[in-house]
Design a protein around this ligand. Structure first.
Ligand code: SF4
Length: 442
């Protein structure tokens, strides 16, 4: 609607874009960019093929059992060589890496990797790289200062109305870009019942807390019964309005999202679930079914992806990811700039890449498919959203705005209602000499 208004009014007020300075282009090109026209449809999953290649003899019953996957995670470089070709030198290098940053990948997620492609975007998230210990050694281990803001062990209270609860440091997979990879060396802990009692007591005593986020390590590594023990007690606290669960299980081990878990979650709503798809090839039939089970249980699913070099750092990759998510009814929520964490520098991208991606999505696809690009500031400064600058200039009376195609528009700034005295032609609604519009192409 807004677009057609602008086009309708284009001729009377249109002037060249040059007066507004360098770098602002008023493009007349009506054709969308080539990538927006040519996003190919790919089969939703290659997992069946890859599964046949490595796990053909695994009975269906085991393959569908998340505990089997968990027990059979690949955790050593020697095991990894059964699936991924590694030279002798690479094996030595990766063994050095895993002393500092361990390896864990589920058979399911491994089955999504193309073993013959060293640059495979799925591989980059799961398989260690020598760069983890050779790049960015000066980066902090805890840039978000979560340990500083921890009020009792396992509770981070940074914003007045919400807290982060960490129940365990165990994850189904060790994602190589993880912000909390400092925790991996601690050997896998789960907070005791006594510690959980202290965490719940803190929440109970702080009446301003209306939102509890249970996040990673991955809380779904706990048994459903144990998780219910925590969730049911949070639900008893009257001032807690919503519970959010942060988990990567729908992506790395979707078999975990079983009927028992979904039935439990459905009893304690409103519960929101944030997951972490980074690439469209992760959206397999198994992952889609897991998300569907959650949605049918009344649990909305949002996605928080991380912008990663060589994984999803192009407009095309993000478009495929976000369109794929919408097809399984998962809302692309955040696109995070990869945190400045030691051991992740090789996967980080310049901030401009994220801004350019948002500029390449906005307007070319539904706003539903456009996540908010954010930087989580170091030292606990919180999230800052970033996007291309669409405001070219601004006064009290009007703004000059750039649309997604670079065309410039004036927009009347309605400081006070237009009265008969203040408008030059109140009878016709003329503003700045252009009929019927707050939006004027300049
Ligand atoms: S699942 Fe989340 S917390 Fe666990 S390693 Fe991956 S990114 Fe980190």
């Amino acid at each position: 609607m807004k677009i057609s208004l602008a086009i309708k009014n284009r001729s009377p007020g249109m002037v060249g874009a040059e007066p507004f300075g360098e770098g602002i282009k008023s493009s007349d090109a009506e054709e969308p960019p080539s990538w927006a026209r040519s996003v190919e449809e790919e089969p939703p999953s290659k997992s069946a093929t890859a599964r046949d290649r490595f796990f053909a003899r695994i009975p269906e019953k085991d393959w569908n059992d998340w505990r089997w996957h968990f027990r059979n995670r690949i955790t050593t470089v020697d095991e990894l060589t059964n699936f991924i070709p590694l030279s002798a030198e690479e094996q030595v290098q990766l063994k050095l890496v895993t002393i500092q940053y361990p390896l864990a990948v589920t058979p399911y997620y491994l089955s999504l990797i193309n073993p013959d492609d060293k640059d495979d975007p799925i591989r980059k998230q799961a398989i260690p790289s020598f760069d983890e210990i050779t790049f960015g050694g000066m980066n902090p281990e805890d840039p978000l200062a979560e340990e500083r803001d921890s009020v009792v062990p396992g509770v981070v209270h940074r914003y007045p109305d919400r807290v982060l609860m960490v129940l365990t440091d165990v994850c189904p997979m060790f994602c190589r870009h993880c912000t909390r990879k400092r925790e991996w060396r601690n050997g896998g802990w789960v907070h005791s019942q006594g510690e959980i009692d202290v965490m719940l007591e803190y929440i109970r005593q702080h009446r301003g807390i209306r939102d509890v986020i249970i996040s990673g390590g991955d809380p779904l590594t706990l048994s459903t019964r144990r998780l219910e023990g925590v969730i049911s007690r949070i639900r008893e606290i009257k001032h807690v309005e919503i519970i959010r669960i942060g988990t990567r299980f729908p992506v790395v081990l979707p078999q975990r999202i079983d009927g028992e878990l979904c039935a439990m979650l459905s009893r304690y709503g409103p519960i929101w679930l944030n997951t972490h798809f980074n690439h469209h090839r992760e959206i397999t039939p198994e992952a889609a079914e897991a998300c569907d089970r959650l949605l049918r249980s009344g649990v909305p699913v949002n996605n928080q992806s991380v912008l990663l070099r060589g994984v999803n750092d192009t407009v095309e990759a993000q478009l495929k990811l976000c369109h794929g998510l919408l097809k399984i009814k998962v809302r692309p929520y955040y696109l995070y700039q990869c945190d400045e964490v030691r051991g992740t520098e090789h996967l980080r991208t310049p901030v401009e890449v994220g801004i350019k991606i948002i500029g390449g999505l906005r307007g070319y696809t539904s706003g539903l498919a456009v996540p908010t690009f954010v930087i989580d500031l170091s030292q606990g400064g919180g999230k800052v959203p970033l996007q291309p600058n669409y405001v070219v200039s601004q006064t009290e009376e009007e703004l000059t705005l750039r649309n997604y195609r670079g065309r410039l528009f004036r927009y009347r700034n309605p400081r006070k209602p237009i009265s008969a005295e203040s408008t030059p032609d109140s009878g016709t609604g003329l503003i700045s000499g252009v009929r019927d519009a707050d939006r004027v192409v300049v």
